[in-house]
Design a protein around this ligand. Structure first.
Ligand SMILES: C[S@@+](CC[C@H](N)C(=O)[O-])C[C@H]1O[C@@H](n2cnc3c(N)ncnc32)[C@H](O)[C@@H]1O
Length: 195
């Protein structure tokens, strides 16, 4: 499996790492490790986990970066933090995620790009799993594309009590790439949906 070469989406999200990285940081789908390594340079970051489903990416990261704050490990989304006792139930202050966010392309399957049939499905899976691993005031910074199915993603987030704010948008050739700051709405502050 190839390792994702950092591109515009990686660089756009990277711009926010210095400002947001603090405490326990997770770089979900770390790929080349570019975001995890940037986070480890931040004084306020205590420990930085970079995880990826792609074993080759993890081998590459372990060989490339030696910073003492960094831990790289293979994981399918949060499976590592559910199953591996030393890291079980760790809670993060910040999670960065440059996910696979494009609609499935049957001709050219690529785990780094394939976000599901409409593009946002893996992101929804991620948010379904995130809450137990995020501190109450914790933040998720996520990048996706205008091709991801933004309206459906927005609807999903609202229905599942996540608040979100667009931090950046950049036009590249045939799409916009967008960075969201996403936080869980505390229980007492949720809107009650009328049926
Ligand atoms: C678009 S790339 C981003 C790589 C890197 N973070 C960057 O910004 O350059 C998406 C990454 O997510 C990883 N990935 C895909 N599905 C995953 C899953 N279920 N769990 C963890 N990582 C996953 C891919 O292997 C790939 O490295």
């Amino acid at each position: 499996m190839d390792i994702y070469e950092p591109r515009e989406d990686s660089f756009l999200l990277q711009k926010f790492v210095k400002k947001f990285a603090k405490g326990y940081v997770l770089d979900m789908g770390t790929g080349s490790g570019i975001l995890a390594n940037e986070a480890a340079q931040c004084k306020r970051a205590v420990k930085v986990f970079g995880v990826d489903i792609n074993e080759e990416a993890i081998v590459h990261c372990i060989r490339s970066y030696q910073h003492k704050k960094l831990v790289f490990a293979q994981s399918n989304l949060f499976s590592l933090f559910r199953n591996y006792v030393p890291y079980k139930d760790v809670k993060f202050d910040v999670i960065f995620f440059n996910p696979p966010y494009l609609p499935t392309d049957e001709k050219y399957p690529d785990i780094a790009l394939d976000g599901g049939k409409e593009g946002y499905e893996l992101i929804c899976r991620f948010f379904h799993e995130t809450e137990p691993f995020l501190r109450p005031q914790g933040t998720v910074l996520i990048v996706f594309s205008s091709l991801t199915g933004k309206e459906k993603l927005d609807m999903f987030l609202m229905r599942n009590h996540w608040s979100f704010k667009e931090l950046a948008r950049e036009h590249i050739s045939f799409e916009d790439i967008i960075v969201y700051n996403v936080q869980k709405i505390p229980k007492g502050m949720r809107r009650v949906e009328k049926r």
